[in-house]
Design a protein around this ligand. Structure first.
Ligand code: SAM
Ligand code: SF4
Length: 347
């Protein structure tokens, strides 16, 4: 495999042409990069059982992904999250992560993290830690093997739990992300919180968002986090805290567990004013908002060999048009906001 190697001692020296600012005056310093749209699970709220995936020839090579990341670092990105689809199913993805880790400390990139479903985490946890990846997000919506099998349409619960355990042993900081789903896991949310905090993990709850044209009819699954929070408050003392990861989560500390719990409520509470992120798909489409169709194709700028100027121009074009906010609403749950699913945009 041909990828440009950058060792920890080598200076990448990105050209500084100024930070990324959007048309609303927000500074964008966080890139979520999807390295594949493929996944080994089929979570019912995320993708259809017979999902059609993108042709492999459309997917950016590691070399292109690295050039893309360097282009973003040159424009002030300090935080990078690798996601998918399931990032750990991309072949040789650890080679890419190793190369990205060399940008830590040699460029202005300060953090590389990963979002994963953990099915393959047990094989990679130690290496991730060795590469300087400190924190990972693990998506887990249930502690019941039966519910897991129904919800993800795959029988991988035991592998996921082994992966989480291995990551904990390796010293990775873990945040559990759980989508709150009416009639599916709503009865066990407190149990998941107690388990996560008992393991020393942070946790965030997420409202299901209407994404994906084949995924209509979300109103049956939607559970407002205002309802969840009120239920948890009957059992525990939830103390609002100012802790922030720069993202949309509003955190409380639960006095009884001592752990942090975040609420990501795109439908019941809009959080776009402080949005600092953009997303790039594995084919190089830059989306400045999870909930809007509009995107700019960076692959052309990467493949045409027109250099950083064309890349910068494409970034600026996209950033100027970054919407002020998404338009998710409880009333619009049955009408997908975007044709693409979250697994394509990169969650
Ligand atoms: N496969 C990896 C995983 O599941 O962690 C990374 C990609 S996945 C698309 C990222 C996150 O998006 C997961 O936490 C998943 O629960 C969430 N997600 C997917 N579809 C969603 C939807 N329609 N609404 C809310 N969250 C969604
Ligand atoms: Fe796969 Fe993540 Fe989507 Fe589940 S949420 S189907 S694990 S991409």
């Amino acid at each position: 495999m041909k990828i440009r190697l950058i060792g920890p001692q080598e200076d990448v020296s990105p050209r500084q042409v100024g930070p990324l600012r959007d048309g609303q005056g927000r500074t964008v310093s966080y890139l979520r990069l999807s390295v594949t749209d493929r996944c080994d699970l089929r979570c019912t709220y995320c993708m259809p059982e017979r999902m059609s995936f993108l042709p492999k020839s459309d997917i950016l090579s590691f070399e292109e992904l690295l050039r893309l990341v360097d282009g973003f670092i040159a424009r002030g990105i300090t935080k990078l999250r690798i996601t998918g689809g399931e990032p750990l199913v991309r072949r040789d993805v650890m080679l890419l992560l190793e190369q990205l880790s060399h940008r830590l400390g040699t460029t202005s990139l300060r953090e590389v993290s990963l979002t994963t479903n953990a099915t393959r985490l047990e094989h990679h946890a130690e290496e991730l830690k060795r590469f300087g990846i400190e924190r990972i997000n693990v998506s887990l919506d249930t502690l019941s093997p039966e519910t897991f099998a129904q919800l993800t349409r795959k029988d991988q619960f035991t592998a996921v739990m082994r992966g989480i355990e291995r990551a904990r042993e390796a010293g990775l900081r873990i945040k559990i992300n759980t989508v709150a789903l009416r009639g599916v896991n709503e009865h066990e949310i407190a149990e998941i919180v107690a388990w996560a905090h008992g393991q020393g993990f942070d946790m965030s709850l997420i409202e299901t968002m209407p994404l994906g044209e084949e995924m209509s009819g979300r109103s049956g699954q939607y559970l407002s986090l205002q309802t969840v929070r009120a239920r948890l408050a009957e059992r525990w003392s939830l103390e609002p805290i100012t802790f922030s990861t720069g993202g949309p989560s509003r955190y409380v500390r639960i006095a009884e567990t001592g752990g942090r719990l975040g609420f990501i409520s795109p439908l019941s509470h809009n959080f776009c004013d402080t949005c600092n992120r953009v997303r790039v798909t594995c084919t190089g489409m830059l989306y400045t908002c999870l909930g809007h169709e509009g995107g700019v194709d960076l692959r052309d700028a990467l493949r045409a060999g027109t250099g950083q100027d064309a890349f910068d121009a494409a970034l600026d074009r996209a950033l100027i048009a970054k919407p002020a906010r998404h338009d998710f609403s409880e009333a619009g749950l049955d009408q997908p906001a975007t044709r693409r699913t979250m697994s394509v945009t990169g969650g």
